[in-house]
Design a protein around this ligand. Structure first.
Ligand code: TRP
Length: 333
């Protein structure tokens, strides 16, 4: 029996992963992979909840996301990397959990509310989208997950999951489902390169992990800085200045960075100099990731086999939970 605690995270495969995912979550997963039993879910069913008209996008990005995982150093021997839809037990659990949640409760989930606004769903929200937190509760509980390493925006999902767990356990007795806790990361959220909100997989303001050196250079060159810093001699502002936000996240030479900040504030330091520093830091960070990705890209068959193997292993565990759930619901015919 493996006594390591279970942690689980997931990503919707709607685009390749970017450096925002990297500082926000991927780095942490790599660091945690030895200490915990880690499941990493490529949430293709969840991705379809707002991409019903575009299954190809979801399908294509499953492999993209898997390659990104491998490239940053998630080891398939240390983690169970899972394609969500290959574990149909999750869909069945979702079906049972839906009876434990009210429509009003679903409509109150602040993250879902934000996303609905963003996507312009208004009154035409797909039922699958509104209920995806329930499917996420199935993801989490199926593997008896103890910790979910997430950013702030996923806290309402954890809360909703625990409500389902409590309701289930109190209705059907015992401790069948396990409550989970967030493992909050303290990292700052990276803004988009345009300085507008957060970096998005599908928006045009992301620096992807698979970015070539050439496109990285171009994206850094075009990055939003301080619109009032017109001539190098002008005093510059750091607040809301994307280039400095990124330097804060990636520049390890904190003393050097402080000097640069002071110089920029005072005036006399041009944007292009600061961007050159950022480019070289990001390029250094992305270089090994790029190389590793290229290695795996040479053998996509092997990557697919790894995903299938992970999903099979996940089915075993989820199947165990499902049979306990079925028994509790008197469905163990
Ligand atoms: N909702 C997450 C996202 O939008 C993806 C996800 C699916 C997830 N299932 C999960 C995250 C389970 C944590 C745990 O990126």
């Amino acid at each position: 029996m493996n006594s390591k605690k279970v942690i689980l995270t997931g990503d919707r495969p709607t685009g390749p992963l970017h450096i925002g995912h990297y500082v926000g979550s991927l780095r942490k997963r790599v660091a945690l992979q030895h200490e915990y039993r880690q499941y990493v879910l490529i949430a293709d069913m969840q991705a379809l909840t707002d991409n019903a008209g575009n299954p190809k996008k979801v399908r294509d990005n499953v492999l993209e996301v898997a390659l990104d995982y491998l490239a940053v150093g998630l080891d398939p021997l240390q983690n169970t990397i899972v394609i969500q839809s290959l574990v149909p037990e999750l869909a069945e659990l979702t079906m049972y959990y839906l009876n434990l949640v009210t429509l009003a409760r679903l409509q109150r989930n602040p993250t879902v509310k934000d996303e609905m606004k963003q996507k312009g769903f208004a009154n035409n929200v797909p039922a699958g989208f509104l209920t995806y937190p329930v499917s996420q509760a199935a993801d989490i509980t199926a593997f008896k997950t103890k910790y979910v390493p997430v950013g702030e925006d996923q806290l309402p999902m954890i809360e909703q999951t625990n409500e389902i767990v409590d309701k289930f356990n109190s209705l059907y007795g015992g401790e069948i489902l396990l409550r989970c806790e967030p493992l909050l990361s303290d990292v700052t959220r990276l803004p988009g390169t345009d300085g507008q909100g957060k970096m998005g997989k599908s928006t045009d303001n992301a620096i992807f992990l698979k970015e070539t050196q050439k496109s990285l250079r171009e994206k850094v060159r075009m990055m939003y800085t301080d619109p009032l810093h017109i001539k190098a001699s002008d005093p510059g502002h750091l607040e809301g200045n994307t280039v400095f936000d990124y330097l804060d996240a990636f520049d390890l030479d904190k003393i050097g960075l402080e000097e640069i900040k002071a110089h920029y504030r005072k005036g006399g330091l041009g944007d292009s100099k600061v961007k050159e520093r950022l480019f070289s830091i990001l390029d250094q960070e992305l270089l090994p990731i790029r190389i590793k990705r290229q290695e795996f890209e040479k053998d996509l068959g092997e990557v697919t086999a790894m995903l299938k193997k992970g999903s099979e292993a996940a089915r075993e565990v989820a199947g165990q939970t499902l049979s306990e759930v079925r028994k509790a619901l008197l469905l163990d015919y």
